[in-house]
Each structure stands twice: as C-alpha cells, then as structure tokens.
Ligand binder design. Structure first.
Ligand SMILES: C[S@@+](CC[C@H](N)C(=O)[O-])C[C@H]1O[C@@H](n2cnc3c(N)ncnc32)[C@H](O)[C@@H]1O
Length: 303
C-alpha cells in the first residue's frame, strides 16, 4: 500500500517536516467531513508503517546471519497484520503468524489486508487473538515487534519475561527483530506534523500529527497520541493513544542477554549523502551511533 522505502517512523525521526498548513477548504458539516468518512487504520498504514522496508531488513539480516531466507515469521503486536501479509507475499513458501490482543483490529486486518492475498497466501497466514506474553506458537525463524509496541512493558521484569517468551518461541537458529526510538527529542513534550500523500488513488492527502503529550522522567513513562488532519480542516483526534515506557538501547540490550539471547545487536541508520538531517534507509550493525535528536533503529537478537 505504498509505504516509504526507508524505515518509517511514528515521529518522522530524521525527518524535519515541521508544521504545515492544511490546504483547501470544504464543508465542515458533520457527515461530509473527511474526518468522519476516512478509516483510521488506512491512515495509520500510510502514515506510520513501512512494511516493505521492514521485510527487506528482516530478509537481508536473516540471510546475512543464516545464509538463507526465513520461512516462518511471527509478528507480535501485529495490529492489522500489514507486515505479516507483506512477508507472506514475498515468497510462495513463506508463512506468517500474527498475534494481537485486539479482536476488532485483527478483524479489520482480515477484511482489508489478508483478503488482498492470493487464495494460496490466505492459507499461509494465521492471526491469533492473544496476549503476546502467554501465546504458544510453532517455533519461528523470526519474531518481530515493530513500532515500539513492546514499550508497553513498564518494568525490567515484564520486559525480560516477554523476551524469554519470544526466545522460547524461536527455532534454535531463530532471531528476534525489534525497532527502537530515542534521542533527546523523544523525551520532549512536542508535536510533529508530517504531510502524507497516499498513492492508492482513493485516500486524499492528509496531515499526520504525532504528539508526545506527557513524559515523566522519574518513571520513564510517556503518553503519545496520533491525530490526523484533512484538507477540509476536519481533524480525527486521538486516532491512537499509547502509554509507553521509553526504554533505552543499553537497557534493551542488557535485558535481551539476561533473557538468554546470545547476542543483541543494534543496526543503526546511515545518513543521507545530500541531507545530513535525513537517514538513508541503510541499517548496519554497530556499537557506535551519533547523537541524533530523534532516531529509529533496529535491534536484532540471536537465540
Ligand atoms: C502500535 S500497534 C502496532 C501495530 C503494528 N505492529 C505496527 O508496526 O504498526 C500496537 C498493537 O499491540 C496490540 N497489543 C497491545 N498489548 C498487547 C498484548 N499484550 N498482546 C498482544 N497485542 C497487544 C494492540 O492491540 C495494537 O494493535
């Protein structure tokens, strides 16, 4: 569905879009307003997700580490299973299991994403309504959790327990792939607006508004909200709300090792040659990052 080629991020990390005025004007009469007619999951998929780039990263990383491509992917916190569907589409022997606790979101994914797969593809994906902390699934080559979903764990014990569950659900040579968000701006109570231009020929351009509403430096807890704004000036407020703990990379790497993983490697994004404020979409393993004010990276742990 036309995501960006690079790692997309909820905040537009490494992208300095700034606030933009919305365009045009139209009737604000309730019912005619774009905010009342558009679907928040469609808007989220265009604004936030970068499923092609995520599966590219998983394929390339797994291939580098294991010399072959993964065949069974489990997507934790899968939401609408957009990424799991992308994986199933890649190769005819790929299979995916998506796990999410929210039934209506999974139903939306079945109706709008799974239904777009071939009849054979539909047979190669399974969506489970379950808590990722307790779900039991067949051993996977890769387990992924994207868009910082595991930030919902508030304590080291919860985080370690989750990582232990994930480890036990992997094949012996399996890997877990997470993304992470950080940098000085990630602790600020700020709002970032990005213009999104969907390429499906149906969804109109819109503004994606990422609000870091409240950060508590004592607990590390952050409340974030996603809003969407449209050319007719109507707004979909609080389309999504998240309550997170802002985990840091050193904490995450330590807890992954405590959970039994034999490695926990950060893949850091390179810088665009023409624009030092932009990432170039290339993530490489490293022990040294730069003090970017808002970064998104991948974290890969081997069982
Ligand atoms: C931020 S969305 C992630 C959607 C998608 N993975 C992505 O990359 O954009 C977080 C999802 O986690 C789900 N979720 C929250 N707690 C969960 C839990 N304990 N077990 C499984 N899913 C959970 C929510 O229902 C929601 O769909």
């Amino acid at each position: 569905m036309g995501q960006s080629e690079t790692k997309s991020s909820r905040k537009g990390a490494k992208k300095r879009s700034g606030n933009r005025p919305s365009r045009g004007s139209a009737s604000k009469k309730k019912g005619n307003r774009l905010a009342d007619t558009l679907d928040r999951h469609v808007l989220y998929q265009f604004a936030v997700q970068g499923v092609e780039a995520e599966i590219d990263f998983i394929d390339e990383t797994y291939h580098t580490l294991r010399g072959t491509f993964p065949k069974l992917l489990r997507e934790d916190f899968c939401g609408t299973a957009h990424t799991a569907c992308e994986f199933v589409n890649r190769r005819p022997d790929n299979r995916a299991i998506g796990v999410d606790i929210d039934g209506p979101t999974l139903d939306w994914g079945r109706e709008n994403n799974v239904s777009q797969l071939t009849s054979d593809g539909v047979k190669r994906i399974e969506l489970l309504q379950h808590d990722v902390m307790t779900v039991k699934t067949e051993p996977a080559d890769v387990i992924m959790a994207m868009n910082f979903s595991y930030f919902l764990w508030r304590t080291r014990d919860e985080l370690r327990n989750y990582f232990k569950q994930v480890r036990s659900a992997l094949k012996d040579d399996g890997i877990v792939v997470l993304d992470c968000y950080g940098g000085s701006e990630s602790y600020q109570e700020i709002t970032d607006t990005k213009e999104v231009e969907p390429d499906d020929g149906i969804t109109p351009d819109f503004d994606y508004i990422w609000e870091q509403e409240k950060y508590n430096p004592i607990t590390g807890e952050m409340r974030c909200r996603i809003h969407f704004k449209f050319a007719d000036k109507s707004k979909m407020k609080d389309a999504f709300i998240y309550e997170w703990r802002m985990w840091t990379l050193p904490e995450l790497r330590e807890v992954l090792i405590e959970a039994g993983f034999k490695s926990a490697t950060v893949y850091w994004e390179g810088t665009d040659e023409d624009d030092p404020e932009e990432g170039n979409g290339e993530f490489t393993p490293t022990l040294e990052g730069d003090a970017d004010p808002a970064w998104v990276c991948y974290l890969v742990a081997e069982k």
